[in-house]
Design a protein around this ligand. Sequence first.
Ligand code: FEO
Ligand code: CA
Ligand code: CA
Ligand code: CA
Length: 720
Amino acid sequence: MDHQAPYDEDAVTNTSDNPHFNDILQVRLSRRQALMGGIKASALFMLGGSALAGCSSDSDDTPASNTPGTSIPAPVLKFTAIAKSLDDIVHVPVGYSAAVLYALGDPIDTATTPWSDAGTETGASYEKRAGDHHDGMAFFGLGSDGKWKADASDRGMLVMNHENITPNFLHANNTTDLASPRLEDPARKEINCHGISVIEIRKNALGKFEIDKTSTRNRRLTPNTPMDLRGAAAGSAWMLSKFSPAGLQTRGTINNCANGYTPWGTYLTCEENWAGYFKRGADTGRSAAEVKLLSRYGVSGSGSNAWSTVTPADPTDTTFAQWDLSLTGAAAADDFRNRANTYGWVVEIDPFDPASTPRKRTALGRMGHEDCAIGKLEAGKPVVFYTGDDSRFEYVYKFVSDALWDPADAGKGMAAGDKYMDAGTLYVAKFNADGSGEWVALKHLSNNLNAANATFPFTSQADVLVATRLAADSVGATKMDRPEWVAVNPRNGEVYLTLTNNTNRGQGANPGVDAANPRNYVDNDGKGQKGNPNGHIIRWREKDDHANATTFQWDIYVFAAEADADATTINLSGLTNDNDMSSPDGLWFDPRGVLWIQTDDGAYTDVTNCMMLAAVPGKVGDGAAATVNGQGTFIGKQPGTDLRRFLVGPKECEITGITMTPDGKAMFVNIQHPGEGGNLAASASHWPYSADATAADASSKRPRSATIVVTRNDGGVIAL
Ligand code: FEO
Ligand code: CA
Ligand code: CA
Ligand code: CA
């Protein structure tokens, strides 16, 4: 299931009339010509996990699993695929274990009490407890000097997002604690259950990971934590607020979905469905541009924020009032009318300095950021960041730094972030019908992004960044089936993107199919959903294998489908009972080149809980052109046994967030919102039952989001 209303990505706020492939003249280039033109072997470096890994040439016709000269050996999956499951436990392959490490409410210091399972913890105590809805996550090895040590596997900082909450399971008394107007403490708890956890973990005497609650580096960031605004939108008129009259700061981050990590040792967190948290209030006094901006980003005119109904004991406490965008002051610097503009960014965090102030990197654009992945890294070339905007019919972006990568900046922390993330060019993707693609610059005064633009008056780059979606509408970017996570193959630099599903595709007045989003069907043996209910994973290869290229070639790596679905219109990748799936969302290449796919599904849940699969994919162009129900597209080679189900989660959960120790022997995975459809009186899930994530008992505890650690019983590396 998707996130609980109103914090979801279901609303279609993209009403622009950009062209779709149905409207574009088919270009009759041969597939092979299109794909092979300009692809040359090249020596390159790329980011592999948290370290830099060397990689070299890749000849055009050699399967990726057998690529000569690649310094990362071709991975070969060596576990037995597991079955689909509706059990209320975590399943992993034979020979593996899964232990619960960090669950909702767990303390991060020695002074805070353990989780009671009664909802009696105070709201303030969550500044020192695990938040809810664990999501994107990264492990940073920790050296004895307290700094990043890229190859450390026994001790590290684990940083993770807490995307959202399941309010039904947070409180002591749902009758009073969820009643409107809201009481102060329960509302504070819900706010503090969002944000980020930064925790130090280490192996104990038994070799098992545990949280070091004595670490002074442990930290929670919440929707109240002060954050700096950086890049061209910082200090602009859009950012002025009562909290920061100069528009250089804001407070907090929220709905942090997926993540990224940089070669300089910082964590990137992405603000996704932030729009639903705000009360818009009346538009009287707002400019036409301000009104258009609110609507395009889904800050609904009827939206209300329950937290803003709190009357705090301390009348100067703006924790609650700041969610109300109403014009209550004389000017923007006197109220919170602009606060929504300070959300929708990629935020950089230093995992090693608990006193550091996170920086919102506005140069990367404002959207429902799902993820942020760094492209193939080459010395002397720009650093490239890929990011998707997860809502129906939204776009895919990349940011190309002005500064050229200097390997001496590895490990330099936020100062390197200032260098590579505040100045550069933001681009949005067009996927063409002939299998090519282009990156269109969203740069003030280029591509008609000027004050006379009919979509939005772009008077500065700050306007382009704050209104990124409108800028992308204006240049005719391709409307995708909900861009979620991005992952870069460390073996060849190709970029993979999950398009999780889109049940509006081809429905009513919504856009029809196009080459990159080619399916519109009915899931007629299950839940009857239409459009593209199961989703797909697209991938592309940048021209000449340089991440900063402005053109690329694409194909579709895999179409998610049920194994028994029609092979010519739905199950186009030939999935079987060992690897069929629905709604791919989380996506990560580990440093060895194994692709991990996690699902957040509501279409196949009549048959299976959400899951994680491992894959060793080929490469762009290893399949063929195809026509699906009259729509041309490009389908990668069927994955076969190089795609296998590795994990299935408990009931009503989403599997999201993954990272690994550099030695490949411990994998961290997040189990988000088990039992999300229930309440204290009736819940389908009571997971986790104990420290063993794979075991259930007869107890009926509150279900809790949690991080699990997966290990191999013989101490070997995961999956290979
Ligand atoms: Fe937070 Fe798009 O999933
Ligand atoms: Ca079905
Ligand atoms: Ca997600
Ligand atoms: Ca999702």
